[in-house]
Design a protein around this ligand. Structure first.
Ligand code: 6PG
Length: 250
């Protein structure tokens, strides 16, 4: 893995502007080399400004017809529930950009969580990249061009919660995790799929995350308790976009 890159911004506005520009650049490069751009989204409050920007100032800079949108994790609530990660992205930008419906790949939360995870792994399989050489084993999920991730005050990322198993044998799984009263039943991509990404953008803001961020980025490794440390792409980059408040203890 390349060493993670850390970029510190005054606040969420320049951080989100930077992320939007990175997404535009990555989409152009991906479409020109591979004909498509595969973007995995997160939920929570941190990406909301970025989503607004993608649906407004940056809308015309993306080729949405060749962009495919996925989710790194989803809460098991109906798609129109205000806690739905899909619902949030749908309302904040997907409805505004003219992306073709077949390019939006949501987790089917109307199914039982384990069934929804199985169904989503089949969705991912349809986008699996062919092996680069005869020596490579085929993988059953795509190499995402960009994965957006956040981090909780407890060090969780996507829906990989502290104490959960670090050995993922499936690319997608159903989990239960409690955090700030948010829906506990989730479907999440695991490090198996996330660590195939070309670029991972972590977005972290606020003083309440400063202590955890310093532990996650510190020398000591404890991926069982700090799931954000499980994110180590084999052949990709990790960029941490943080505001000054979150960077306060680095
Ligand atoms: C979710 C997320 C989750 C999120 C963190 C941080 O569905 O809740 O994908 O991993 O990124 O909980 O959330 P905030 O941005 O709200 O702090």
């Amino acid at each position: 893995m390349n060493n993670p890159v850390l970029k510190t911004f005054a606040d969420i506005e320049p951080l989100s502007q930077w992320a939007a520009r990175k997404i535009v650049e990555a989409s152009r490069a991906s479409i020109s080399t591979r004909g498509r751009f595969l973007l995995a989204l997160n939920g929570g409050g941190t990406p909301r400004r970025l989503f607004e920007l993608l649906g407004s100032d940056f809308r015309g800079q993306m080729d949405w017809s060749r962009t495919h949108v996925f989710w790194g994790d989803e809460r098991c609530v109906p798609p129109d529930d205000e806690e739905s990660n899909y619902g949030q992205a749908r309302e904040m930008f997907l409805n505004r950009v003219g992306i073709p419906e077949p390019n939006v790949h949501r987790v089917k939360t109307e199914l039982e969580p384990a069934e929804a995870a199985r169904e989503y792994s089949l969705v991912l399989k349809r986008f699996a990249s062919p092996p680069q050489s005869a020596a490579d084993l085929p993988i059953e999920w795509p190499r995402f061009d960009i994965v957006l991730l956040g981090m909780g005050e407890d060090g969780h990322t996507a829906s990989l919660f502290p104490g959960s198993s670090v050995d993922s044998t499936e690319p997608v799984t159903a989990v239960t995790g409690h955090y700030q009263g948010r829906p506990a039943n989730r479907v999440t991509l695991t490090p198996l799929a996330l660590n195939s990404a070309r670029t991972i953008l972590f977005m972290v803001t606020g003083e309440s995350k400063a202590e955890t961020l310093s532990r996650v980025l510190g020398e000591a490794r404890d991926p069982k308790l700090l799931p954000a440390q499980r994110i180590e792409p084999k052949d990709g980059e990790v960029i941490w976009l943080v505001d000054r408040a979150a960077a306060g203890k680095l």
